[in-house]
Design a binder for this molecule. Structure first.
Ligand SMILES: [Zn+2]
Ligand SMILES: [Zn+2]
Length: 270
């Protein structure tokens, strides 16, 4: 019992080192049972810590973002990959290329579990990284698992420049706009990991971990001030120009609320 105040003190000592306009970003409340941070009490990472952590960054040769579809059937949303490419382009100000669809490499699909293993797929993606690739994000419609987790929406390496998302558990079959939003925010989240952004523990933020679809739906499509500072420092991009580009891409993707949020962030001084 005597340890508890000390633990609280240590937790309280970790504060975000970038602030945004007041009122736009809400601090993340303490995790409830069943939520990501309750199950995985991650520490989070400040902007200063990110800069010291030698994150993945573009080089003169490696600047292109690749989407690698591994789909077993035509996507229910035929605009999924073009919308994803447009959003990643706006978020990273990078050229985005969609690779031709192909079957999963052998060993990546675990027949006994009827699932794709993220850790078995990753070495294939690393081996096949195009010479000009900043990162490769695979997209599968099969169910996915990661390590000991029975299933996952996605996984992104903080170091290897490869990741994967699965549309299998996103649901919303009868709600195409919700299905679209879930897929797009998942792609932006996993791509963030590929530039070494860990889960965010400071604010409600695109980079919050999510154990359930409800938790995933609760996270905004926007990066909080800390995570946005990391990304923009990494890529050398102007934060407000990025928000404006994202607002346009969200609007074209049919994500009107997220488009409005991005414009509000771009237009609010603070
Ligand atoms: Zn994540
Ligand atoms: Zn954040």
């Amino acid at each position: 019992m005597r340890l508890l105040p000390l633990a609280l003190l240590l937790l309280a000592a970790r504060e975000p080192d970038v602030e945004g306009p007041k009122g736009l970003f809400r601090r993340l409340p303490p995790a409830e049972p069943g939520e990501w941070l309750f199950v995985f009490p991650e520490e989070g990472q400040t902007f200063a810590e990110y800069r010291k952590a030698d994150p993945v960054r573009p080089t003169r040769e490696r600047r292109t973002v690749y989407l690698a579809p591994f789909l077993t059937r035509p996507a229910r949303d035929p605009g999924m990959l073009p919308a994803m490419a447009a959003l990643l382009q706006a978020s990273f100000s990078a050229e985005v290329r969609v690779l031709p669809p192909r079957p999963l490499p052998s060993g990546a699909y675990v027949r006994a579990r009827r699932q794709v293993s993220a850790f078995a797929l990753a070495p294939h993606l690393v081996r096949e990284l195009p010479a000009d690739a900043l990162l490769v994000l695979a997209v599968t419609d099969r169910d996915l698992f990661v390590g000991d987790l029975s299933h996952a929406f996605g996984w992104g390496s903080l170091k290897l420049r490869v990741g994967v998302l699965s549309t299998a558990r996103l649901g919303a079959e009868d709600d195409p706009p919700l299905a679209r939003r879930r897929t797009m925010t998942l792609a932006l989240h996993e791509a963030g990991h590929l530039l070494s952004l860990p889960h965010c523990t400071f604010y409600r933020c695109l980079m919050n971990g999510a154990l359930t679809i409800e938790e995933a739906d609760a996270r905004p499509a926007a990066l909080c001030p800390v995570c946005r500072a990391k990304l923009c420092w990494n890529l050398g991009t102007d934060p407000l120009a990025r928000e404006r580009a994202l607002a346009g891409a969200f609007a074209r993707a049919g994500m009107e609320c997220d488009a409005r949020d991005a414009l509000t962030i771009a237009e609010t001084k603070g």
